[in-house]
Design a protein around this ligand. Sequence first.
Ligand code: SOE
Length: 370
Amino acid sequence: MTLTVGVLGYRFMGKAHANALARLPMFFPDAPDVERHVLVGRDEDALADAAHRFGFDRTATDWADVVEEVDAFYNLGPNHVHAEPSIAALEAGTPVLSEKPLANDLDGAERMAEAAASAEVPTATAFNYRFVPALRYAKNLINDGELGEIRHFRGRYLQDWLVDPEEPWSWRNSKEMAGSGALGDLGAHTIDLARFLVGDVERVSGQLRTFVDERPVEGEADQTRPVTVDDAYSAQAELEGGVMATFEASRFADGHKNDHTIEIHGSEGSLRFSLERLNELEVLRDGNRGYETILVTDAEDPYVEHWWPPGHVLGWEHTFVHENYEFLSAVDSGGSADGYRPNFEDGLAVQMVLAAIQESDERGEWVPVE
Ligand code: SOE
């Protein structure tokens, strides 16, 4: 059976997921046949150009005309657009992939998770870094007890695309549209990896900071719009099992382009990962004096058999191919709501941590995640 996919959104994430769908037949021959059926957006000229370049059969300007007819609906719009179309698709029984964070606020995320639980179909929150081979390898090491009892998780996500105060305003600078800034855009990934690799977040103490509080509006001379979200955040946290965690992210870390770094320390060893060197995992174990660098590109390493010989390294875009392969395989097999992880329940769990960090910043004290 060929799965028809409808996609809302045709800019950065639209391109990333369209590329992933196009790669599946060549590299994942056991993936379901997928038709890039309809691309949804508002600007009809830009939409038609994207649909042509991304290989979609047709376009639509209203998601309501699409969510019932397709076999899977991808919501790749800005955070404030995630809830309504996704809930409508789920109410029609259509599996949904939503980009992260799940929503722009906790209420939207709760309503999306409730709709997913009622629909009992696969859902996906697009935390694509769970699909980096090196991080799958890390999870296997931890699950096999190679690091012993986990004591520390340390995650930071550093970018520098907003260092220039003249960088134009975008929806990512709006609390109404995004919900938060670096916290939800970047911190959501790190918090999801903490849940994936170690365990749930039980309480947090965090701070948010905005360094530049207004930005020029692209194409409108002398016009500015307020920045109403954080440019950076940091938080300390306690994970289940008493694990100590620190999280931080910034869009003002000059010199860091997409530097998502994870460090984990246990009673028997440690590991270190950096997205800017995503084929490598640094591991300290067996009482060795220093870290060894493992190039995670052997055929037996997660997902690598689908690609190239050892050492022919993968990139950021390959994580979307792995994510789409797993989600669409779950859809094709008629999987249940738990047929794919991370699903909307995982997306809500992260949204609860984001909200707790925001509340902790406001109250200036530790806040439980509940
Ligand atoms: C911008 O900060 C961005 O594209 C995020 O939105 C993505 O989730 C992250 O993976 C890369 O940076």
